[in-house]
Ligand binder design. Structure first.
Ligand SMILES: C[S@@+](CC[C@H](N)C(=O)[O-])C[C@H]1O[C@@H](n2cnc3c(N)ncnc32)[C@H](O)[C@@H]1O
Length: 211
């Protein structure tokens, strides 16, 4: 299926990129998870409750970490990634609603979810601020937004290296390294309950509440 929200063909190219990554994604990610992101999947999922929307769910690497009593809906641009997530949900014997869609235009009514989770997704979505606006829109009042991503190093020389890297990764793979979801969350008036930054500031994770 090709998204109709982007008539330029860029969305279709991005979908094809992630469809191609789907087979090797878990292998690539396991080294990052082990060496850089640590316990971030457990950290994020253990804070989810009620009806949960996971945005840019990918191959469903977070699925094993959710509490048993939450209901999970996952959305992703790529059918290839979603196929892996479907198999993972079946292996876990867990009922998960998985559908294709765009994080920048979520196909859900306002105030539909108790928790919205997004891990390592905002670095890949073209307009991360629009995606955060959508996550806030579908959260119930007092709902919880849980974000984990790589956000650039604290020290400027290291950020400069990432800036150079982005000259290649954005056009080739849509991958951003210097985004700061935290600033958007604060600018939108959410109350940040928890925030951690580690690995020289490269990884940031936060929990914020919609008032
Ligand atoms: C780096 S992967 C992260 C996957 C997963 N969240 C994880 O933690 O492993 C980025 C994901 O974002 C998805 N994605 C990229 N642009 C998107 C968009 N506009 N809407 C929804 N998903 C998108 C890709 O298909 C891919 O599955």
């Amino acid at each position: 299926m090709v998204l109709v929200t982007d008539t330029s063909g860029r969305a279709a190219r991005r979908q094809r990129h992630w469809d191609r990554q789907a087979g090797s994604y878990d292998r690539q990610m396991s080294a990052w998870d082990r060496k850089v992101f640590g316990d971030s999947r457990e950290w994020a999922c253990s804070r989810a409750s009620g009806s949960v929307l996971e945005v840019a769910v990918g191959t469903g690497l977070n699925l094993p970490h959710y509490p048993a009593d939450v209901t999970i809906t996952g959305i992703d641009l790529s059918d290839g990634m979603l196929d892996h997530a479907r198999r993972r949900a079946a292996d876990l014997d867990r009922e998960v609603t998985l559908r294709q869609g765009d994080a920048q235009a979520l196909p859900f009514a306002d105030a539909s979810f108790d928790t919205v989770v997004c891990t390592f997704g905002l670095c890949a979505v073209p307009d991360a601020d629009a995606a955060i606006d959508e996550m806030v829109r579908v959260l119930r009042p007092d709902g919880r937004l849980i974000l984990v991503d790589h956000v650039g190093f604290s020290a400027w020389p290291l950020r400069a290296v990432l800036w150079l890297l982005e000259r290649f990764t954005i056009p080739l793979a849509g991958e951003h390294f210097l985004r700061r979801p935290f600033r958007t969350v604060v600018a939108r008036g959410l109350e940040v309950a928890e925030r951690e930054r580690f690995k020289l500031g490269f990884v940031e994770r936060l929990v914020a509440h919609r008032s």
